[in-house]
Design a protein around this ligand. Structure first.
Ligand code: UP5
Ligand code: MG
Length: 191
């Protein structure tokens, strides 16, 4: 693909599993470029475009936005950082086809970082964050729908990459620093 040998990490995990939290620490220590698919979409919403209104409605329902929309945002952002040594693609792919399309047009994924946590913990973290986040999807009803979308559409992504031996799992049930210690072991071992 266009990326040659650059490291591309898909960071996958359920809603509130800690993807963004761990990516922030990876960036600080390893200097990767982090793109959160959800943040890119929220920026599009904040721009006030009419397309943004549609995206906001989909996110408020906990549905996935169309593949072309999110893939174009990620692809353009990657293209804007040609000197980066590697990319953390946080919250994408969310369905198998999104992974296949990405690898076709951008480049092959080096590995998948699976941020794994129980549904109970996800719900607790999101409800707590929802007290202050202002996110349209941090409410009990949408959280349930996001969990369902994760199980139905995104867990098959983990399975798809497990079949290629590309999945590295971290147990995100523990505190942030303990989880990051395991993440460090993974990133320290990248040649
Ligand atoms: N927290 C984190 N780690 C902790 C730990 N170890 N111990 C205790 N607390 C911990 O963390 C969530 C909260 O938990 C925070 O308060 C944090 O302090 C605490 P965070 O790091 O934010 O978790 P993250 O996994 O990033 O959760 P996020 O809510 O961002 O996950 P989602 O996957 O639900 O949200 P995203 O922004 O990726 O997507 C939102 C919506 O956009 C989707 O539902 C969908 O509608 C749409 N979307 C698409 O359609 N396609 C895409 O490709 C991307 C998004
Ligand atoms: Mg996030």
């Amino acid at each position: 693909g266009a990326m040659g040998s650059k490291t591309i990490v898909f960071v996958i995990g359920g809603p509130g599993s800690g993807k963004g939290t761990q990516c922030e620490r990876i960036v600080k220590k390893y200097g990767f470029t982090h793109f959160s698919s959800g943040d890119l979409l929220r920026a599009e919403v904040a721009s006030g475009s009419s397309r943004g209104e549609e995206l906001k409605a989909m996110m408020g329902r906990g549905d996935l936005v169309p593949l072309e929309t999110i893939l174009k945002l990620i692809k353009d952002n990657i293209a804007s950082q040609p000197d980066s040594k590697g990319f953390l693609i946080d919250g994408y792919p969310r369905e198998v086809q999104q992974g296949i399309e990405f690898e076709k047009v951008v480049g092959s994924c080096t590995f998948v970082l699976w941020v794994d946590v129980s549904q109970d913990t996800m719900v607790k973290r999101l409800l707590k964050r929802g007290e202050t986040s202002g996110r349209v999807d941090d409410n009990e009803e949408t959280i349930r729908k996001r969990l369902k979308t994760f199980v139905d559409s995104t867990e098959p992504v983990i399975k798809y990459y497990e079949e290629q031996n590309k999945v590295k799992r971290v147990d995100s049930e523990r505190d942030v620093e303990t989880v990051f210690a395991d993440v460090e072991k993974i990133f320290d071992n990248l040649q």
